[in-house]
Design a binder for this molecule. Structure first.
Ligand code: ZN
Length: 224
């Protein structure tokens, strides 16, 4: 049996047949194969289409590598941003010492195992200890960590740790509820399963009453 994959779509590969590596090398392409490090993101996406037996030169796909590259740059722009810098710039001295809660923050991320989206809501609370942070900076921090290839568990912890380290509050709590397309589109294909992760530091970890208060705030009016 020849090496390669069943080919399903490209003009040059009739449905169902296997394409060998030597045939693959001979397939039409707009540019000479380059070494991987020299190839642009666009080149790599064009090559990805070819590897999946598509024809990157057909009308609908001609601009796809450029679009996908732009889309990936946007979806991963958190790598170039620093949550610490954002929080440091916007923190100021304040005597308010009760819970600050920002809930239902929409986020979109990409799972690092499948590069498929996971998305949902993030809820963040902290109890100031002499310092507060501009409220709009909390969703920005969520964006910075979600616009990367991520694990929901790690993202949850990174958000909590950034706030804990920079604001040094009496406590910080982060809860993330997310749908994972790698679960719903493929694999187990369970449409309504969502995953919840949490990170609780300081008072949220040590005081059950504080934790319960936070949880009741975020679950209030929740329709799921
Ligand atoms: Zn996944």
């Amino acid at each position: 049996m020849p090496a390669g994959k069943p080919c399903i779509q490209a003009r040059s590969c009739p449905p169902g047949r296997l394409i060998s590596d030597s045939e693959y090398v001979k397939m039409p392409r707009t540019m000479a194969p380059k070494n991987l490090a020299q190839a642009s993101l666009e080149d790599l996406i064009e090559e990805l289409l070819r590897k999946l037996c598509e024809d990157p030169e057909r009308e609908g796909l001609v601009r796809t590598p450029k679009r996908v590259a732009e889309s990936f740059r946007f979806l991963t722009k958190g790598y170039g941003q620093s949550a610490e810098a954002v929080l440091k710039k916007a923190s100021f001295t304040e005597s308010y010492n009760q819970m600050v809660l920002v809930k239902d923050i929409d986020f979109y991320s990409l799972c690092e195992h499948h590069l498929l989206p996971f998305y949902g809501k993030c809820h963040v609370a902290y109890i100031p200890n002499g310092k507060v942070v501009g409220l709009s900076k909390i969703p920005r921090v969520v964006d910075i960590f979600s616009r990367r290839f991520q694990l929901q568990e790690r993202m949850t912890q990174q958000i909590a740790t950034a706030i804990d380290t920079i604001i040094k509050p009496r406590g910080v709590a982060v809860v993330v509820d997310a749908f994972h397309l790698c679960m719903t589109m493929r694999g187990v294909e369970k449409q309504n399963t969502y995953a919840t992760t949490s990170a609780m530091y300081g008072a949220f970890e040590s005081h059950e009453r504080t934790r319960m208060e936070f949880l009741s705030f975020i679950r209030r009016d929740a329709n799921r």
